[in-house]
Write a protein that binds this ligand. Structure first.
Ligand code: ATP
Ligand code: MG
Length: 252
């Protein structure tokens, strides 16, 4: 019987990197050679695992913590920037509530923290609040809410973005409350909102439900107040000024 080729054996053993790497590794002794060769395989697997986690999380865009300007953010209590960027809050099952002005980076920060969590092999799910509520309502109608809740409950970090733009239907608000209640002390949640807590009842439509939801979210939470001018607006205005300057330069 003919022996399978190296390429075939690597394929059978799911060692995708070895055929391309084995000639590139310097030889000193057998153990060093195999260690360096397997390190190539392991690194590629780690990168691919992180990519899969990022894809599964459903981020709206790629954002990095390095590009984030903390100026618009006021931190309450003992929270420090390094506490947040170090992601210890996820291990401690604490929440982040990012509340404040439009276009000041709430979604950027939530996304960047989520992507960093993925790079540390934590599982993350990112939803715009309304999308999450619509999924919950639909799966409830289809009788598969249990499976969806179980899936949501499995991730390390759940991000609910944009609570407050659109008022929720009562059933939707109740389902959202169930997600928050399930997460309480079991997983970290990041919520972003344009509304101060006092206005959340205008979205959730029920004072008791709103109070119970805020209570669960703020217990073990880092509260971040975002203030200042919108980045989007600033960018658009600087584009206008630049265009105006260019036109004036052409005229003169
Ligand atoms: N503090 C910041 N540092 C770096 N970039 C920022 C910051 N704030 C906003 N941006 C950039 O401006 C754009 C809008 O930011 P983002 O969507 O995060 O704002 P937001 O607070 O979530 O706004 P909204 O309340 O409308 O949802 C993004 O491209 C983001 O990268
Ligand atoms: Mg946003």
């Amino acid at each position: 019987m003919t022996k399978p080729s190296l390429k075939q054996q690597c394929k059978d053993l799911k060692l995708a990197q070895i055929p391309g790497a084995y000639l590139e590794i310097a030889w000193e002794n057998p153990e060093q050679y195999l260690t360096d060769l397997f390190a190539v395989e392991l690194k590629a697997r780690q990168i691919s695992r992180v990519r899969t986690l990022i894809k599964k999380a459903g981020f709206p865009a790629h954002k990095a913590l390095e590009d984030f300007d903390w100026d618009p953010v006021s931190l309450a209590g003992e929270t420090s920037i390094s506490d947040l960027t170090g992601l210890e809050f996820i291990n401690r099952k604490e929440n982040i509530l990012a509340v404040g002005a439009v276009g000041t980076g709430k979604t950027h920060l939530a996304t960047a923290l989520g992507i960093k969590a993925c790079s540390q092999r934590k599982s993350v799910r990112f939803y715009r609040c309304l999308d999450l509520v619509n999924i919950l309502l639909e799966h409830h109608r289809q009788g598969r809410l249990g499976a969806t809740m179980a899936l949501l409950g499995k991730c390390d970090l759940l991000i609910i973005d944009e609570l407050g733009f659109v008022p929720l239907h009562r059933d939707g608000a109740e389902l959202l409350f169930n997600v928050v209640a399930q997460a309480y002390e079991h997983q970290s949640v990041i919520v972003t909102s344009n509304l101060e807590f006092g206005q959340w009842n205008s979205v959730l439509g029920d004072n008791r439900l709103t109070a119970a939801m805020i209570d669960r979210l703020v217990h073990h939470a880092h509260i971040l107040a975002f203030d200042g001018e919108s980045y989007r607006l600033r960018k658009a205005l600087s584009g206008l000024t630049q265009g105006q300057n260019e036109r004036e330069a052409l005229r003169s």
